[in-house]
Design a binder for this molecule. Structure first.
Ligand SMILES: NC(=O)c1ccc[n+]([C@@H]2O[C@H](COP(=O)([O-])OP(=O)(O)OC[C@H]3O[C@@H](n4cnc5c(N)ncnc54)[C@H](O)[C@@H]3O)[C@@H](O)[C@H]2O)c1
Ligand SMILES: [Zn+2]
Ligand SMILES: [Zn+2]
Length: 361
């Protein structure tokens, strides 16, 4: 059995996205069908549309979502119909070499649904990050559903499903920001601002926000940045050094995904400091650095997938902190939109008009 619902498809490289009828199979073993309530527009969806991730068109976009479990496969026990869940793209396997070593947040063999969602003509869809939640309903692996308190609005909860978790985790889990640290964040969209929130939560003393858009810098300040630098008019490396006693920041988080901003991050950190790359580059990008500087400056150069999060540990914790008023996830939602507005939301994201547009069902 299966059912037909509406979803947003990226049909081909750089072609406009469109709403299509999609076929969602009933959940098989290990699977769940989720009635999506809200799904944020992440820059990674735009990367998919532009062919920057891979060529497996057509994509079913959307991956930053919350909703209610509608049905589960026969053997599923962790979630049940009616549960309010955030969808995650790290359903850990428990068996790969990383899980076996007690590091499930790096799991190398994460689960997605086995069955395929399709167009009405049978064309198989590639769900973005194994989720595909710009759709009224989506089929995922049951482990991709993380139960959280249903009191939180879906548009807010869903943000933890990708960008906000990636940013907070880039600061706390990957960058291991500690009390008293100086932190710089390059690129203050949804992900960068979440890194600022994470750095603040971890007790950073100084948080320097860098962007090329003054509107983004104003928001970054509201999120907890103590200093702002517009890198269109000011050299960010010089500015960050000046703001840190001439040394550079302990942790620099790159949330753009470009070689030139990575290079800024590399030189804007203190000796033995940490660079965290959370921005996603495209396949043709290359980085050139003097190897002597990589050696001589010491420290660590890390990449952060999904903020090195463990959804079952981190989603309920961050929801709890939100409910206590210690972080404000609601501040990330600029606007709520309909399923037909995703293409326009990409344009607004590109223009820097929004932090997060969230499709609400
Ligand atoms: N690692 C992960 O798990 C993960 C998860 C989600 C998103 N991402 C990636 O993070 C990046 C940011 O995503 P987002 O949703 O916040 O995007 P966004 O478009 O909302 O934000 C990007 C920000 O970077 C700024 N910017 C652009 N060029 C810049 C430059 N040269 N110098 C300084 N700032 C610059 C823009 O003004 C904007 O504020 C994307 O590459 C996205 O794919 C990574
Ligand atoms: Zn694993
Ligand atoms: Zn994302």
């Amino acid at each position: 059995m299966s059912q037909q619902v509406l979803g947003v498809i990226a049909p081909g490289k750089n072609e406009p996205v469109r709403v299509e009828t999609i076929v969602v199979p009933d959940p098989g073993p290990g699977e769940a069908v989720v009635k999506v309530q809200a799904c944020g527009v992440c820059h990674t969806d735009l990367h998919y549309k532009q062919g920057g991730i891979n060529d497996d068109f057509p994509f079913l976009l959307g991956h930053e979502a919350a909703g209610v479990v509608e049905a589960v496969g026969p053997d599923v026990t962790d979630v049940a119909p009616g549960d309010f869940v955030i969808l995650n793209w790290r359903a850990v396997c428990g068996r790969c070499r990383s899980c076996q070593r007690g590091r499930p947040w790096y799991c190398f063999d994460t689960h997605n649904a086995r069955q395929k969602m399709t167009l009405v003509d049978g064309t198989e869809l590639s769900p973005a990050l194994g989720i595909g939640a710009f759709a009224e309903k989506t089929l995922v692996a049951a482990g991709q559903c993380t139960k959280v308190d249903p009191e939180v609005a879906p548009a807010v909860a869903g943000l933890l499903g990708c960008g906000v978790m990636a940013g907070i985790g880039a600061a706390i889990n990957t960058g291991e920001v500690g009390r008293g640290d100086s932190v710089a964040v390059i690129g203050c969209g949804g992900v960068g601002d979440a890194a600022i929130v994470g750095a603040r939560l971890a007790g950073a003393a100084r948080i320097i926000a860098v962007d090329i858009d003054d509107r983004k810098l104003a928001t970054a300040q509201k999120m907890g940045a103590t200093h702002i630098v517009n890198s269109r008019s000011t050299d960010p490396v010089e500015a960050i050094r000046e703001l840190t006693g001439g040394h550079g920041a302990d942790v620099v988080i790159e949330a753009v995904g470009r070689p030139e901003t990575y290079q800024q991050a590399f030189y804007a950190r203190d000796l033995a400091g940490t660079v965290v790359l959370v921005g996603v580059p495209t396949p043709e990008m290359k980085l050139e650095l003097p190897l002597i500087d990589v050696f001589g400056r010491g420290g660590s150069l890390k990449s952060s997938w999904y903020g090195d999060c463990l959804p079952s540990r981190d989603f309920p914790l961050l929801i709890d902190l939100h409910q206590q008023g210690r972080i404000d996830l609601g501040a990330f939602v600029t606007e709520t939109i309909g399923l037909g507005d995703v293409e326009a939301a990409f344009a607004r994201m590109h223009e820097g008009d929004v932090l997060r547009s969230v499709v609400q069902f």
